[in-house]
Design a protein around this ligand. Structure first.
Ligand code: VGL
Ligand code: ZN
Length: 215
């Protein structure tokens, strides 16, 4: 990374690098495994401060297509808090699929935040659940330890990474996405734009920067 990292005020956010989001997993992201060596390099040689997130759903979670009779994965439905994409069942609490990848250097993380554990609300962002109100406790912790900039890595670029980076900007942090440390699900949206392009437009418009690691 060309950018100078401040070891006190910069932090690496490693979003949902869990077995179910890796190739072969229930919601496997294409080439998702390729980001792991990049993230390990950033954890061991670049950032002193880091945290991870873990998608952590109950079996009867509202975001699973199988919990809505007649629905298919990737359908969209209306819920009290807005539009919700339905997914194959994934990241079910206490299953192998929900575990962080064993290839990840997990001993580096200062904290692991679990999200999505309320049955009736999904949570893409590391900061707030999809109702935009229920907090995960992340903002308080980051402010307490004096963080100014958050560098995002992990899965998936167009969902949990994108929503987290947006909330980071709204909470007053500078936000960076490390291009080679993230991969998208890349859904085709109804307006003929991919979820990856759509989120990137929003993120650039609100001042998120895209950078490459130095790996
Ligand atoms: C995610 C879809 C559903 C993610 C989590 O980690 O990006 N995507 N749950
Ligand atoms: Zn999920």
């Amino acid at each position: 990374m060309i950018m100078h990292i401040n070891q006190q005020t910069d932090i690496l956010a490693v979003i949902d690098v869990q077995n179910d989001f890796l190739p072969g997993g229930a919601l496997g992201v294409k080439d998702g495994d390729q980001i792991i060596p990049v993230i390990n390099h950033l954890l061991s040689h670049r950032f002193q401060r880091s945290f991870a997130t873990q998608d952590w759903h109950p079996k009867d979670h509202i975001s699973f297509a199988c919990n809505h009779p007649g629905a298919k994965p990737y359908d969209a439905i209306e819920l009290p808090y807005g539009k919700q994409t339905l997914w194959p069942a994934h990241a079910v609490q206490n299953t192998k699929g929900a575990e962080l990848s064993s290839e990840l250097q997990q001993d580096c993380f200062q904290k692991i935040f679990r999200k999505g554990w309320h049955q009736d609300i999904d949570s893409y962002s590391a900061f707030y659940e999809n109702d935009c109100k229920t907090s995960t406790g992340l903002i308080n912790w980051l402010q307490k330890i004096g963080i100014k900039r958050i560098f995002f890595a992990g899965l998936a670029e167009d969902f949990c990474v994108a929503y987290s980076a947006m909330d980071a900007v709204n909470a007053g942090f500078e936000s960076y996405i490390i291009i080679d440390a993230t991969k998208p699900v890349n859904l085709m949206l109804s307006n003929q734009i991919s979820s990856t392009e759509y989120q990137k437009k929003i993120l650039l418009a609100i001042g998120t920067k895209y950078i490459l690691s130095d790996k």
